[in-house]
Write a protein that binds this ligand. Structure first.
Ligand code: SAM
Length: 223
């Protein structure tokens, strides 16, 4: 595995700082560990080469295979909603570019990430390993099943949207755990946070969003 050149990692530092101040801090993201991590993780390395100059803009961007890297604010809002302290085992559905995976890997003990498109999973894996992350386990599969033999998880993040959050994922959330996922219609969803306490679920909506579809057995059918 080849390590990413340190100069490439440190590039765009000014734009990254501006992104954190203007898109995250000024919009109410308060988790200081998260803000520090997002001012350090080189988002430009997770975008297509031709779009690196737009990596710190306030938008999602295409990553190939008709998929996207999420808008920085959405990455931050979803991560903050998990309330990570550093010792958690986290399940992520939708590795995509691997950027969100890196942010979570910085803030938790271990990340189990599932992606259904092989090419995206392989590219993300290569970048994350090149950056030296050693606490991420990758799987190429339909993530609507979750990862039963590694459950329960302290936190679960779903970065593609279904009509309803798949039951299998809710069942794999441990006691005291939090799950964040978009749910709703194909063209507009709510970001939902579920907290499991004494075996019961508390549900909170934290905003509107628009994600690519969660495609699979317990999501949308493949087109
Ligand atoms: N968090 C990612 C990032 O920072 O790049 C963005 C992920 S993108 C919005 C959603 C990803 O979910 C896509 O890569 C898509 O292929 C993947 N996906 C959709 N349905 C899935 C499924 N059933 N299992 C695993 N991955 C799925």
């Amino acid at each position: 595995m080849s390590r990413v050149n340190p100069d490439a990692i440190h590039a765009h530092a000014g734009q990254r700082r501006k992104m954190v101040e203007e898109q995250l801090g000024d919009r109410g993201i308060r988790d200081l560990r998260l803000l520090e991590v997002m001012s350090r993780v080189p988002r430009h390395l997770f975008t297509l080469d031709s779009l690196q100059h737009r990596a710190y803009g306030d938008t999602p961007l295409p990553i190939g295979e008709s998929q996207t890297i999420s808008q920085p604010y959405i990455v931050a809002a979803m991560t903050e909603a998990l309330g990570l302290k550093g010792n958690e085992r986290v399940l992520e559905i939708g590795t995509g570019s691997g950027y969100q995976t890196a942010v979570v890997a910085e803030l938790a003990a271990q990340v189990f990430t599932i992606e259904r498109i092989n090419a995206l999973s392989r590219t993300a894996q290569k970048i994350l390993e090149g950056l030296g992350y050693a606490n991420i386990v990758f799987k190429m599969f339909d993530g609507t099943y979750g990862w039963p033999d590694q459950a329960p998880f302290d936190a679960i993040m779903v970065t593609a949207s279904a009509k309803e959050i798949p039951e299998a994922l809710i069942n794999q959330l441990g006691e005291g755990g939090r799950l964040v996922a978009p749910a709703g219609d194909a063209d507009k969803q709510k970001l939902i946070v579920l907290t499991k306490k004494d075996g019961r679920l508390n549900k909170k909506e934290i905003g509107d969003c628009k994600f690519v579809p969660l495609v699979g057995k317990y999501g949308w059918p493949e087109k």
